[in-house]
Design a protein around this ligand. Sequence first.
Ligand SMILES: [Zn+2]
Length: 254
Amino acid sequence: MISKKYFNLIILILIFSSLNYSQKKNTRTLFQSSPIAALLNGVMNDNFTVSEISKYGDFGLGTFNGVDGEMIVLNGKVYRVDNNGKVTMPGKLTRTPFVTVTYFHADTAIMIYDSLNMKLLQEYIDKNLRSKNLIYAIKISGKFNYIESRSEEKQTQPYSNLADVLKKQSVFKFNNIEGTMIGFKVPTYLQGVNVPGYHFHFLSKDKKSGGHILDCTSGNIKVEIEALNNFELKFPATVDFYNLELERKATSGL
Ligand SMILES: [Zn+2]
């Protein structure tokens, strides 16, 4: 039988470890595995794996090596929407050339019952942001009257730039669909590092459809926002990235 002294010690350890756990998980940090300019200019492979994502966040978006579909990270689970619109959960050793995640803790929540298109929805969210100079994680869940999303075909080497790949993108259209938009708003001064402005991916509630959002019309939705205070950028440790002449290349076009 455990003595009372040891029992109290175990309880204390449990309390401290849970405090430590919650502190770690609320970092208010955007983590990113690569600058977007690398992906835009054809660095479509890296060694960063799906299993490593959970060290940095439980909420976010990205793609997979060879731009093999759109990535959604929601509640710590990683999903892939492929070129045919099919949703699967990639294996832990699947690699990604670009992923951006945070541990999501909303500090603002807004209910919207109006039917707003993408432009109006973004203007509405803009009014609720405290500064244009911060990065925001944004989760929008509920019913959407319309969602238009895309994915793209897996590329083989030698890779073209992303703008060329997206000329052949697959577009998916959904009416009256429930689900979650997962995304970020990034200040324009970070162009080349991340995608300036709003960038959303979508995952339906039944986890059967999604993609990179091109357009939407809201129904009844809840918008949750977290202002992030920190930004952590990893650089790909690959020859392709080291040799890329980024200084003279495009920094937009997603
Ligand atoms: Zn995207």
